[in-house]
Design a protein around this ligand. Structure first.
Ligand code: HEM
Length: 172
């Protein structure tokens, strides 16, 4: 239990803060992107999914093969360390049309790996989706004129597996 509490705080807070910053940044940088949110021309739930797909906050995770296994023609001996790159899977051209383009209209059916897959699928995916939607709705309602600050070149943390901005400078 003692180990779980910090895990939940980190997994439940940092990922969400990063997801929110990444989604807001993308809308502020795209011409008319924030107005589309404040004027209700874009479905916020779809914006959340497409934002998490494109700029996956948890880029990947390690696994260890417990036994020899063959995946896509590649045999991994028992004990192999495997890096599952969810962020790369989210840009798979075999799965998505124009994978590098921000297209909220591809939702609600596109699917993504931003919350992982299988038995370790994110335990907080449902509250995360809800919190991101509410946070974006509240931001749009309270700060309709939000703009990226002129000197807003992004600085990314040199960390893995979190894809994280150190700051997002904006004008209200
Ligand atoms: C946008 C926000 C979030 C993202 C992108 C995210 C992403 C992920 C990913 C990719 C995994 C799978 C890791 C793996 O493959 O081993 C994961 C697991 C997990 N997440 Fe999240 N997460 C988010 C929010 C949350 C929140 C809000 C909570 C808690 C309230 C949470 C709790 C957990 C826990 C406990 C696990 C471990 C599940 C397990 O190993 O069985 N996450 N998350």
């Amino acid at each position: 239990m003692a180990g779980l509490i910090p895990t939940l705080i980190i997994t439940g807070h940092t990922t969400l803060a990063q997801g929110l910053a990444i989604i807001v940044r993308r809308q502020l940088r795209s011409p008319g992107g924030w107005e589309a949110v404040t004027e209700g021309r874009i479905e916020i739930a779809d914006l959340v999914e497409e934002g998490l797909r494109l700029d996956c906050p948890v880029v990947g995770m390690y696994r260890t093969a417990l036994r020899e296994v063959t995946v896509a023609g590649q045999t991994l001996p028992a004990g192999s360390k495997v890096l599952l790159l969810y962020g790369a899977g989210n840009h798979d051209p075999a799965k998505y049309t124009a994978p590098d383009r921000h297209l909220p209209e591809r939702w609600p059916t596109a699917g993504h790996l931003a919350f992982g897959r299988g038995i370790h699928y994110c335990a907080g995916a449902a509250p995360a989706r809800l919190e991101l939607r509410i946070a974006l709705e509240e931001l749009a309602g309270h700060l309709p004129a939000l703009k990226a600050a002129a000197d807003a070149a992004p600085v990314w943390r040199p960390t893995f597996p979190l894809r994280a901005l150190t700051a997002l400078r904006v004008r209200p």
